[in-house]
Write a protein that binds this ligand. Structure first.
Ligand SMILES: Cc1ncc(COP(=O)(O)O)c(CN[C@H](C(=O)O)[C@H](C)O)c1O
Length: 347
């Protein structure tokens, strides 16, 4: 059976052999009592990696983002997000349902908020107005194509926020991809946010989890809200062990995913009917459009599947391919050969 090439997302990655061994041998305890030594080690490592005081393990990035919002805000307040931020676009309306806040959405440029527009969007004191309680950024930015927000932009937004005593939360699901593309450490990106959520379950290949990082006071409050949501976990050191391997071993190889994405994007751009904006291919994602091929994403997903290639379908021509640890350079060449055959020489 040919190997399955799965380009749907970097969320499909499975734990490495080293992670599985670490999980098996993990020293565990009841983390609600703070007795799990492996979880304590992970949270110290995560905080140190982001240059923050403390960290909290959560089972998903969505929970980490929403926990941050619930911790930073009060019901009835307003947060500022980019127009297609994951926090707004893909988190099932949790902003309103869980945190009871509303979003002021600003259209970014390749996912980056404009600091002047952020400042203009901050509410002044007025009987009619909700208070602006939080500014949320996303780096890399998923729906913009895994694009990287420049550090000077993040710094400018951070300074505007702090001039108005407003905290900044970074959805850093792929912060290590951003740091790799920028040639800096993750903490150099994280410094321009008060709280940072990052995922170990995506490009870093851990089976489960994300870390929310921030000040000790912030994390103490977030830990209590996590417990309220039923997120207090017992012997979670089994998961923490894999996350420690993920943070320690995997960021340094992300450049390979970026190189593979670049090669894949350039190859796709040469196929008749496929439109790719190569400027947006900056990390491990490729957003492209197949409308001019006469196919939509769902049709392509169906005809490509028998070739051992899994892609996310779509009702229109808008497509996303994501590279990761389990997509090799040879897999990239095979995908290009199959795409060329299916699109340029349809039967
Ligand atoms: C920027 C960002 N922030 C948060 C999350 C949520 O992470 P999880 O809740 O899936 O762990 C994601 C997941 N992104 C997933 C994907 O890309 O396939 C889907 C869209 O939810 C994300 O891309």
């Amino acid at each position: 059976m040919d190997k399955l090439i799965d380009l749907r997302s970097d969320t499909v990655t499975v734990p490495t052999e080293k992670m599985r061994k670490a999980m098996y041998k993990a020293e565990v305890g009841d983390d609600v009592y703070r007795d799990d030594p492996t979880m304590l080690r992970l949270e110290r490592l995560a905080a140190q990696t982001m240059g923050k005081e403390d960290a909290l393990f959560i089972p998903s990035g969505t929970m980490g983002n929403q926990l941050a919002i619930m911790t930073h805000t009060q019901r009835g307040e307003e947060i500022i997000t980019e127009a297609e931020a994951h926090i707004f676009y893909y988190e099932v309306g949790a902003l309103g349902f869980l945190a009871g806040v509303q979003a002021k959405q600003l259209k970014g440029h390749m996912g980056a908020l404009n600091p002047d527009e952020v400042e203009a969007a901050i509410r002044m004191e007025d009987l009619h107005f909700p208070r602006t309680a939080l500014i949320c950024e996303e780096n890399t930015h998923n729906r913009a194509g895994g694009t990287v927000v420049p550090l000077d932009t993040m710094e400018a937004v951070y300074r505007v926020a702090h001039e108005h005593d407003i905290p900044v939360h970074l959805d850093g699901a792929r912060i290590f991809n951003a740091a790799t593309a920028l040639g800096v450490e993750a903490k150099d990106v994280a410094q321009w946010a008060d709280s940072v959520m990052f995922c170990v379950s995506k490009g870093l290949c851990a089976p489960v989890g994300s870390l929310l990082t921030g000040s000790k006071a912030f994390i103490d409050k977030a830990r209590k809200i996590r417990k309220m949501l039923g997120g207090g976990m017992r012997q979670s050191g089994v998961l923490a062990a894999a996350a420690i391997v993920a943070i320690t071993d995997m960021p340094q190889r992300l450049y390979e995913d970026h190189e593979n994405a670049r090669i894949l994007a350039q190859g796709l751009a040469e196929i008749k009917g496929i439109n790719v904006d190569l400027d947006t291919v900056q990390t491990n994602m490729i957003n492209f459009d197949i409308t001019d091929t006469g196919l939509n994403g769902n049709q392509l997903a169906e005809i490509i599947r028998p070739y051992g290639i899994k892609i996310a379908g779509s009702p229109n021509g808008k497509m996303r391919f994501v590279t990761h640890y389990y997509v090799t350079r040879d897999d990239v060449y095979r995908v290009l050969a199959v795409m060329k055959e299916l699109i340029e020489e349809p039967v």
